[in-house]
Each structure stands twice: as structure tokens, then as C-alpha cells.
Design a protein around this ligand. Sequence first.
Ligand SMILES: [Zn+2]
Ligand SMILES: [Zn+2]
Ligand SMILES: [Zn+2]
Length: 370
Amino acid sequence: MERKVQKCKQCGRIIYFDGICVSCRAENERNKILAWSQDQIDAAVQKICDEIAVSGKLDRERQLFTNLVNYRDADTTEIARTAFEKQLFYPGELYKDAPDDVVQSMIGMLQQDDVDSMLANHLLLCLAIHGGETVFRAFAELEQHPRKWREKLHVDPSVYATYGGWSYDSSGSIFKTNFDKCYPMIKGTLDEKAHSPVKIGARTNEKCPHCGCTMVNLMEFDGRDSRLDFLGIKGVIKAKCCPDCVMWSEDNFCRYTIDGESEVVFEKEPYNTENYMREENIAELDSNSYILGDAPVPPRYAADWEGGSSVGGVAFWIQDCVIKCCPDCGKPMKYLAQIQWDTVLSGMEGNAYIELCRDCQVMAVLHQQT
Ligand SMILES: [Zn+2]
Ligand SMILES: [Zn+2]
Ligand SMILES: [Zn+2]
């Protein structure tokens, strides 16, 4: 059956059903929750606790929970208590604000050998998202003295920690793998974009030596704007990449200066070198009018489907959380920004992620899709 082409009744984009598009629906839901009073938030938290207490699951109110945490950074203390009573350990954000006794009990579970490895996997994620000194010490000890459940997991607790935006090295020093502060990229005009300290997808005059595609500065950041003080960059940095090769290679790095110069590092040839990106795609990418939002938002603001693009905060990892190691110093990089591809390039799926090592002035660009 041929699908009938229609227009979203809100934004006008082409859709194949009658009504409003997925992205407009998400936007409407976001605006509704952003307008809620504290009483309304408390009532919603209660609704979530009720579902968990009665069914032991978070199913019906799952999206409400994600939205409350993402858009309002809702306090999850009571939710964590209720979830722990029911031994519900997914999603990990349930335990974002878990009280000390719950955290201690979960650590106690992981200190046993006979914990099922799937349960251990969930407990590690919950604790990673909670973070803090107690969790860090427990993770470091579990890494040094692995319990039996570790055999069936793929990675160490220090990698789980990155889901919470932190990690630690073999000498036991803890560090952050993301920035706490987060700004959304919002729709603006091309005039406003000219003055925005963050821009998406500016074309360059360089061609990719692997596939011939026009290279772009996937994101440019002017750290001199006071909103970006948290980045600690006193100049302009550009994450340059081949927008085609980022989809076929896991090692897309560029060296940058704070004067806005970037050089792509070509270490390995991507596993596909055919260029699927046409000039009109580059032109479309280049012509978006996204600008940096005026005010910061909670760190998980963009951490969901239709979360859009953002700077700082927590990424929406479509697959596993990937914190690249800097090709120069070998240390884990820091997550910097995400771009939801279909907001700037129609027909493109997934997200791009940008990470950086400020010590070595290196950025990485990653791509994930379902
Ligand atoms: Zn729409
Ligand atoms: Zn290329
Ligand atoms: Zn480095």
C-alpha cells in the first residue's frame, strides 16, 4: 500500500499519517512539563511511585519518568526507595538521587560473588548514575578485586561509571567525563545564527581524502561567550570531520587550535570509502538555523529520542556510552556535544557526538544509530 504524503499540522514537515510529527509531539510534551508547578511535579512523582509499588514495574509511566528527570531534573529519592523495595533496577536514572542507605545496600549486593551478572550489570548502571565518593570507592575496590559476576560482563566498573559522567584511572584518581552544565541548541534565524557562539554543520573548502566528500565543521564553539565559560576554552574551536566517513569509522579525530584552526587526523581508512553524501546534503546541513539557547537546562535535557542537539550535559547514547581515549595522551576524553542528525539533515538517522581532550587539543566525532 502506498503511504499518503501529508504535512505535519504543526510544523509542516512531510509525514505519512494524519496528525503531527514525532518531533512536534515531543516538543509539546516538553513544553507542558516545563510549565508544571512543583505541586504538579510532586503529583507526577507520586504517580510513578504508585505504579512501581503496585506492579513492581515502570511501564505505563516510563515516559513520564524520563521526561520529569530530563526536563525538570526531578528529585528521585522517593522513587529510588520504592524501586529498591521492589528490586527494580532499570532504568538506572531511578537511582539518580537514591538515599545513602539504598546506595549502601546496592553496593552490598555487588560485593557478593553470587549475584546474577545481569542484575550486577543493572546495579552498576544505577550506581554509576548516582555517582559520588561512596560509589567511586566501591567501584574501585570491585575493579581491583573482581567478584564472580564480573566474568560474564564485558567491561570494568570504571567503564560503567561513564554512564554517570565520571570515571577513574588505575592510580585511583577520579575525573569527570562530561560537563554538568547543559545548553540546548534551539531553532533561530540565519541572522541569529551569525551571532550564535555555537553553530552546527558549517561547510569547509576541504575534501575528504578517503571519499571525496566536502568536509564540515560539525560544530563550532566560541568559548569566549559567557554561556560557555564552563568549557574553559578561551577561543574558537571547530570539530572538523568528513560527514560521510564518520558513519563508517570509529576513529574520527581532529586537532584544533583555539584560533579556530582544525586539522582532521586520518589514522585508519574507514571500512567504506564510497561517498553517500551529495553536495545538496552538505548545503542543507550548512543552511540550518540552530543557535545556542539563552539559558542552561538540566543535564539530561537532550537525553532521549527527539532530544535534539545540545552542548554539555548528558548525551543520549543510542547504543552504548562511548568515551574515546585521546589518541595523544591515551586518557579518556570528555563528552562535549550531541547533534540529532535529522534536525539538520533530512533522511539521516541517529546522533553525532563530539568529545574533547583539552590538554592535547584533540576532538573526536562519533556516530550512532539504531
Ligand atoms: Zn511537526
Ligand atoms: Zn570521507
Ligand atoms: Zn589528550
